[in-house]
Every structure is written in C-alpha cells, then in structure tokens.
Design a protein around this ligand. Structure first.
Ligand SMILES: Cc1cc2nc3c(=O)[nH]c(=O)nc-3n(C[C@H](O)[C@H](O)[C@H](O)COP(=O)(O)OP(=O)(O)OC[C@H]3O[C@@H](n4cnc5c(N)ncnc54)[C@H](O)[C@@H]3O)c2cc1C
Length: 382
C-alpha cells in the first residue's frame, strides 16, 4: 500500500491549504462561536466549498460529484482540520452523503446527492439515543408500519448539525429489541415534517449538535434507505467511513497545534535561551511528532483501503485503528501543547486552547480510543 500522496493530491493539498488559510482564520471560528451565530457556520463559505467540488469528492459524476477517491477527500479534510472549520462537512458529507451512496435507491441518489454536492442541501444523521453511548444498535425509537409508510416515535441525541439540517436520516426500529443489529431501518425524513422537534445544543468546541424528537411522524414507504430491517449493518458501514474521514480532520488539527507549539518553543525565551533548547521539552516535542506520523500512516492506510475497495471487515479494522490512534494522539498533543505554552495556554485569548477543546470533542465522536481498541480486539478475534 502506497502511503504517500501522488502529484495531483499534493496539488490539491496546496490549493486546499491556501483556501483555508485565506478564507477561514481562527478569528472567524471565534466570531462564529462568540457571536452565537444562528447557523454556527458560514453559508457563503459552504457554497464556495461546493464550487471547489469539496462536497462531492467521493460522489460519482452522474450524481453531480467529482468522482474522485477517499484519499483526495482526506487531503481536503486535513486542511479543514488545520483551520478548525466548523462547516457541516462531517454531518452532511461524511455521514449523510455516504448513507445515500451506500444505501440510497437510484431515485434517492438522483434527488439528494446533486443537491448535497452543490451545497444546497444539508443532511444530519440521527442515530444516538440516551444511554446508547457508542453502540448504534441500541435503538428504542420505533417506526411502526402504517397504511402509507411508517410512523416514527422516539428521541435522538447528539445529532451533529441537526439544527440546520434540511433532511434527517433516522435509525428506527421496525422489529427486534434495543441492542439487536437486525430490525433497524434508516429513514430519510424532511426536517420540517410535522411532529419533528429540533433543539440546538452547543458543544465545548463551539460546534453544534441537537436533540431531535419524533412524535408520531408520518413518512412514506419510499423514505427507507436500503432494506427495511437492514439499517443496522448499513449504519455500521456509514459510521466506519465517517470515522476514517473524521480521523483525517483530527490529523490536520493536531498537526496545526503541534506546529504552533513548535514555533513557540523556538521563540519563547526563558533564562536567556529559547525554551525549546531544554532537553525535557525536546523529548516531549519528539514524542508528539512520532505520534503524529504514526497517526498519519493509520489515517492514510484506511483511506487507501477505501479507494482499493477492500472488504467491510478490513475497513472496520482500519477505521478503528485510525480513530483509536488519532483520539489518543490528538488528546496527548492538545494537553502537551497547552502545557508547553505555560499560563497563557489556558486563557481563552490564546488559540492553542481551541485545539485542546476540539481534541476532547473529536475524541468522543463516533467512539473514543478505548471503545475502538476494544472493538479492534473483538474484530481480531481476541
Ligand atoms: C489557572 C492559573 C492560575 C494562576 N494563578 C496565579 C496567581 O494567583 N498568582 C500568580 O502569580 N500567578 C498565577 N498564575 C500564573 C502562573 O504562575 C504562571 O502562569 C506559571 O508560572 C507559568 O508561567 P509562564 O506562563 O511564564 O510559563 P513558563 O513558566 O515560562 O513555561 C512555559 C513553558 O516553558 C517550560 N519551561 C520554563 N522554564 C523551563 C525550564 N527551566 N526548563 C524546562 N522547561 C521550562 C515550561 O514547562 C512550559 O512548557 C496562574 C496560572 C494559571 C494557569
């Protein structure tokens, strides 16, 4: 497996870096957070990202996408992570578009994928429930078969960007009991359907999640994504791809935090010398660098495996490897970077704390390091 970027990907990385540094400063990220922006992201910037082709990188050209590979998407995600961009890429592209790509009928793909790739439609995936933690099969929300389709009742938590979503992909139980992978159906619900209530919540990194209630929501039979009762396995495949994508974003964020701190070590003077000349800090910086490079290999390995269309069992193992490694590395780097900045690092005025907070949230999204180490062991048969 080739673990370096090719020439086109290097060019894509350069242009993405220029775009992010030119259009999305950390000052903008703060303004969105502190100004309590109604959306929590920039719709203008989202349209620009669509025009660059970023929202449909892995979407085939026949559905309005660029028809490129997952490693191309990795390159762009890494740059978004460097700039801590809060635009709804994880929810709409990594989760929503992937669910449609893997489970959508031809009609569903034609209706939604061009709109997503064009920046006109936002999709959120509502799959977590109170007490479900990282187990996506713990679904109590029910979808009862009605004369015309399904009636959905239940509550979902931690719905990323749920407050701005035009459509929601909901995991609901059509048979079986909470904890069964079988019997879950994914349903595509317009967010303005009567009976849907969305309450916005803010996370410590300033990004958005929502509580979403479904009170007897009536939806047609054609809302099902994939097979009725087969949504658990489909959701598992979608989550693994989202984990791999999020790991790329985390890689970019930890690299930016590391570089910011490396600069500080070279410029902050104590006792007449740069603090980076002290061996104790050099060793800690070297440890961060090694963790970064190991994370890069894990993230790129998982993306290459997707491009090589490896089987789902292999993808699941590589997704857990990448997410476990990036969770550990980003939290370590976030902690170390704040400490190396000394007192100023814990103030909100300094940017390094933004990465520290993002590390905590990204770690807990789609399963933390402990969850993925345990999952890896199970998948390897231990
Ligand atoms: C929550 C909080 C509350 C505080 N409350 C008070 C208070 O009530 N009163 C008060 O006076 N101050 C207070 N402070 C300030 C605190 O004492 C200083 O922030 C602290 O001493 C760090 O100093 P500094 O920011 O200059 O960082 P530095 O001490 O310069 O450290 C910066 C980096 O350099 C490294 N470093 C520094 N010197 C060496 C060395 N010789 N060898 C190896 N590495 C080195 C450090 O490990 C660190 O990574 C508070 C700070 C915080 C975070």
């Amino acid at each position: 497996m080739d673990l370096v970027l090719n020439e086109e990907q290097e060019m894509l990385a350069r242009s993405a870096r220029e775009f992010v540094s030119g259009r999305s400063s950390l000052r903008r990220v703060r303004q969105l957070r502190d100004g309590e922006d109604a959306d929590g992201f920039s719709r203008d910037l989202w349209r620009e990202m669509a025009a660059l082709g970023w929202l449909g990188i892995t979407v085939p050209e026949e559905f309005g996408g660029a028809g490129l590979g997952w490693t191309d998407q990795m390159v762009v995600l890494e740059e978004m992570g460097r700039g801590l961009m809060p635009e709804p890429f994880t929810s709409t592209v990594l989760l929503g578009a992937t669910a449609l790509l893997l489970g959508g009928s031809a009609a569903q793909k034609e209706e939604h994928l061009p709109a997503i790739a064009g920046g006109a439609r936002l999709v959120a995936v509502a799959y977590q429930e109170a007490g479900s933690r990282y187990d996506a099969s713990k679904v109590a929300t029910g979808a009862v078969k009605s004369a015309t389709g399904f009636t959905i009742t239940g509550e979902k938590i931690q719905v990323l960007d749920g407050h701005v979503a035009d459509h929601l992909v909901v995991s609901a139980r059509t048979s079986g009991a909470s904890g069964d992978v079988n019997g879950i159906t994914l349903l595509l619900v317009p967010a303005d359907t009567p009976g849907v209530t969305i309450a916005r919540q803010s996370r410590i990194d300033g990004r958005n999640a929502a509580l979403v209630r479904f009170d007897g929501v009536e939806i047609g039979a054609d809302a099902a994504l994939g097979e009725v009762g087969g949504g658990g396995a489909l959701l598992g495949r979608v989550l693994d791809r989202a984990r791999i994508g999020l790991s790329a974003e985390m890689l970019g964020s930890m690299r930016a935090a590391f570089e910011m701190t490396n600069d500080y070590l070279k410029t902050r003077i104590q006792f007449g010398v740069p603090i980076g000349s002290f061996q104790a800090l050099k060793h800690r910086a070297a440890k961060m660098y090694i963790e970064l490079e190991l994370s890069r290999s894990a993230v790129m390995g998982a993306h290459r495996a997707l491009d090589e269309r490896r089987d789902d069992a292999t993808i699941a193992k590589l997704a857990s490897l990448a997410k476990a490694r990036c969770s550990d590395a980003f939290v370590l780097i976030g902690n170390e970077c704040v400490q190396m900045h000394g007192g100023i690092g814990v103030t909100d005025e300094h940017d390094i704390g933004l990465f520290f907070k993002r590390a905590r949230v990204a770690e807990a999204t789609f399963g933390d390091a402990a969850f993925h180490r345990d999952r890896s062991a199970c998948l390897e048969g231990y």
